[in-house]
Design a protein around this ligand. Structure first.
Ligand code: NDP
Ligand code: MG
Length: 398
């Protein structure tokens, strides 16, 4: 029996994880659930899974949950923690063998680092943590003896192609290139002008995947692929030049590895995150996941095309930030989080996200080139980047 901590349990990744835990009660027990402020869904999952620990990072939500649990006949043994510090505490409790890191954005970083230092098995969905703090994460995992298994579908696909003996953060033997597939998002074939003023509902209507709002917008800007490029760089310890992006609109091939001998291995499946999560939970064995099988009885097409770097400048921004190194990827991530939030709140237009991110990177290029030696230094540059991005957003919003 393995104790699982589901970080971001009310979100899209969290709910898929709980689905799998519910299907395999003989193998997994949800010991920790965390959310930001959604009390009702958290209560429902508490009743079903009876975790030992629950964290609500919003203090009011934590208080409400605490009261509601006291009223419930079944809630007496559940400990409620509040605030971001609660996440760090819950990441290292002894009941937890594996953490599913499903918080969105920089808010997930501290708990992932804590779990790494504590030597937990980390099933990583929260790519922003690795983008911000790649070197610190690698170091923490090494020192703590933690195992990281990627959940992001592309990285999980690559991980599967690299075979059972592969461990993340090591350069894989005999690999020439990684090929990250991208759906191209909802605006793959839109004219630039139309895309510029696309609405929030158009941007979050992903053609193949059902995901949280932030990552859905990232898919529409293709910044998701930019973040994934950086994620792949750290996970697989390969240079930016050995990682390519291929647009594949069907989202059936989840990514590929090209080896030195010319072989290319791919992992295929329906676009359903329960496959990579199940794979990561049971690796290297396999468990059942209730995912629709691919249908080979009807005609199928798998299309591939190069990304349009003119309409989607995110990939070039991500590559440039990796070449700059230091804190540049953290600046990219912070500026993107602010710009996407401003778009979701209808303060700026879709096409203005790119300029806000690029401008922030340019303005901080000097400071960003230094490698943060500690989490505090990293958080300081993250804060500066957020301030600058906010100012840019305010200017754009007029
Ligand atoms: P969602 O928006 O669906 O869920 C986010 C979760 O994080 C919720 O539980 C939310 O709690 C919690 N949360 C939000 N803000 C904070 C905060 N400030 N502090 C603590 N917790 C917070 O996101 P997704 O599940 O879509 O994505 C999660 C991560 O996984 C992201 O990093 C994303 O890039 C990655 N990912 C997601 C995929 C997907 O298919 N969804 C695919 C690949 C990667 P509450 O509900 O209370 O707000
Ligand atoms: Mg992905």
């Amino acid at each position: 029996m393995q104790g699982v901590a589901v970080f971001g349990s009310t979100g899209s990744i969290g709910q898929s994880t709980l689905d799998l835990i519910g299907l395999h009660p003989e193998r997994f027990r949800a010991e920790v659930l965390t959310a930001h402020r959604q009390v009702e869904p958290m209560l429902r999952d508490c009743e079903r899974f009876k975790p030992r620990w629950v964290v609500m990072t919003d203090p009011d939500a934590a208080q409400t949950l605490q009261l509601r649990l006291r009223e419930a006949s079944w809630g007496g043994h559940i400990n409620v923690l509040a605030g971001p510090q609660g996440l760090v505490t819950a990441a290292v409790v002894p009941e937890v063998d594996m953490m599913v890191a499903g918080i969105v954005g920089a808010a997930g970083l501290a708990s992932v680092l804590a779990a790494a230092r504590a030597g937990k098995k980390i099933l990583l969905a929260n790519k922003e943590a690795l983008v911000m703090a790649g070197p610190l994460m690698v170091q923490a995992a090494r020192l703590g003896g933690a195992t990281v298994i990627p959940v992001d579908s592309e990285h999980n696909a690559i991980f599967q192609c690299l075979g059972e003996n592969y461990r993340c953060f090591q350069p894989p033997a005999g690999v020439r290139r990684l090929l990250l597939t991208a759906s191209g998002g909802p605006f793959r074939s839109w004219e630039k002008a139309r895309m510029f003023s696309a609405s929030v509902s158009e941007a979050i209507a992903h053609p193949n995947w059902s995901m949280g709002r932030k990552i859905s917008v990232d898919s529409a800007t293709m910044m998701n692929k930019g973040l994934e490029l950086i994620e792949a760089h750290w996970l697989f310890s390969l240079p930016e030049s050995a990682i390519e992006v291929v647009v594949h609109p069907q989202s059936v091939v989840h990514s590929m590895v090209e080896f030195d001998d010319g072989s290319t291995l791919a992992q295929l499946g329906s676009p359903d995150m329960r496959t990579p999560i199940a794979c990561a939970m049971s690796w290297p064995s396999r468990i059942h996941a209730p995912v629709k099988a691919l249908d080979w009885q009807s005609a199928q097409r798998l299309d591939f095309e190069p990304p349009d770097t003119e309409r989607f400048p995110s990939l070039a921004l991500a590559r440039a930030s990796l070449r700059t190194g230091g804190a540049a990827p953290a600046v990219l991530n912070a500026a993107n989080e602010i710009a996407v939030e401003a778009f979701l709140n209808e303060r700026i237009r879709f096409g203005e996200i790119f300029g806000a991110v690029e401008g922030t990177l340019a303005q901080l290029s000097h400071q960003a080139a230094n490698t943060p030696a500690s989490v505090d230094e990293l958080l300081e540059i993250d804060r500066q980047a957020r301030d600058i991005a906010q100012a840019r957003v305010a200017k754009i919003a007029g």
